[in-house]
Design a protein around this ligand. Structure first.
Ligand code: CAA
Ligand code: NAD
Length: 304
């Protein structure tokens, strides 16, 4: 396989067919941006209902993007939507999609045993030169790569996207001690082809963004726990005083309180001495009460 593309096509790092596991929030966004760059996408999920939701959410998100580009031209919007959707093939049957893939992107739930079993199976069916990446927020890429053969580990990396994928301009490209530089070059080229800025990072807890963002969100919760300031005042402060698009409580609700709790629980178990990875009683009690943020209509704010 050649690394360069035809002169009129953008260079996508030599990737033509991308198989994505998990059609939830992240997998559906990644499918959208990869298909929008002209690549073929297989979107795989164990749950047909999740694929149905993905079909709807990708269609409406592509419409939002296309309307911005072709505001006065509904035909151009419709044609952009059908063009992109025609390149996304959804299925609950993974085998053919694994065999066909140049690149396998794992975006299933944040559960290490589930990810290990997926990568182990994929390793047996995929082409020897297929590249494997995980979109994990907090787990170790090197630990995941251990589920694959030694030769695959040269083509195993992290490719971490941000929510909402069609809007956020960053992708973290994470390498282990085994990842080959040529594989990282190809992944960075793909990121640019899908309109994202790649940054490189070692395989450390939270990589760049979450290593800074998650402790910041927890510091905001601790500030509230101490009674130093209120939720709306802390959020207003970071929006108007630091230029953030959302304050920390708005962002915690948006990301999901269960998600940030899960991240910190994992880190504090693994690194008990790191003060910034300490769990929060207040956050734990919200999650225990089923208040997970926007997705349950109640977190630090109410969304009823
Ligand atoms: N698909 C397509 N377009 C979308 C979209 C989607 N899902 N969501 C928003 N947009 C577009 C909208 O169409 C809108 O453009 P138009 O007005 O031209 O249509 C534009 O983005 C802005 O959206 P809104 O006006 O609805 O709202 P906003 O200006 O408040 O922006 C936001 C929304 C982009 C989410 C912004 O609030 C923001 O950047 N928030 C911070 C998000 C963030 O920090 N994400 C990272 C979370 S951490 C993470 O992801 C890592 C992890 O591992 C947990
Ligand atoms: P989600 O719960 O919205 O979607 C996960 C999907 O994976 C579900 O549809 C589920 O049915 C499917 N799935 C589970 N096991 C599967 C399997 N073995 N094969 C195929 N599909 C399977 O989760 P999400 O928020 O999209 O997160 C996915 C990954 O991305 C996680 O690792 C998460 O840490 C990471 N991530 C999340 C965010 C975020 O803000 N939500 C941001 C960056 C990265």
């Amino acid at each position: 396989r050649t690394m360069s593309s035809a002169s009129d096509a953008p260079n996508t790092g030599g990737f033509q067919t991308v198989t994505i596991f998990g059609s939830g929030l992240m997998g559906s966004g990644i499918a959208q941006v990869v298909a929008a760059a002209g690549l073929k996408v297989n979107l795989i999920d164990t749950q047909p209902a999740s694929l149905e939701r993905a079909q709807k959410s990708i269609t409406s998100s592509v419409q939002r993007v296309a309307k911005r580009q072709h505001a006065e031209n509904p035909e151009a919007v419709a044609s952009a939507v059908s063009d992109i959707m025609s390149r996304i093939h959804m299925s609950t049957e993974p085998d053919a999609a694994i065999r066909e893939a140049d690149l396998i992107i794992e975006a299933i739930a944040e559960n290490l045993p589930a990810k290990l079993s997926l990568f182990q199976k994929a390793d047996q069916l995929a082409r020897p030169d297929a590249v494997f990446v995980s979109n994990t927020s907090s787990l170790s890429i090197a630990e995941m790569s251990q589920a694959t053969s030694a030769s695959r580990r040269a083509h195993f990396a992290g490719l971490h996207f941000f929510n909402p994928v069609p809007v956020m301009g960053l992708v973290e490209v994470i390498h282990t001690a085994d990842t080959e530089p040529a594989t990282l070059d190809r992944l960075r080229t793909l990121c640019k082809a899908i309109g994202k800025r790649p940054v490189s990072c070692r395989d450390t807890p939270g990589f760049i963004v979450n290593r800074l963002l998650v402790p910041y969100l927890f510091e905001a919760v601790r500030m509230l726990e101490r009674g130093d300031a209120s939720v709306p005042d802390i959020d207003a402060s970071m929006k108007l005083g630091a230029g953030h698009p959302m304050g920390p409580f708005q962002l915690a609700d948006y990301v999901g309180l269960d998600t940030i709790k899960f991240v910190v629980d994992g880190w504090s178990a693994k690194y008990p001495d790191v003060e910034l990875f300490r769990p929060s009683e207040l956050l734990n009690s919200l999650v225990a009460a089923g208040h997970l943020g926007v997705k349950t209509n109640q977190g630090f704010y109410s969304y009823e």
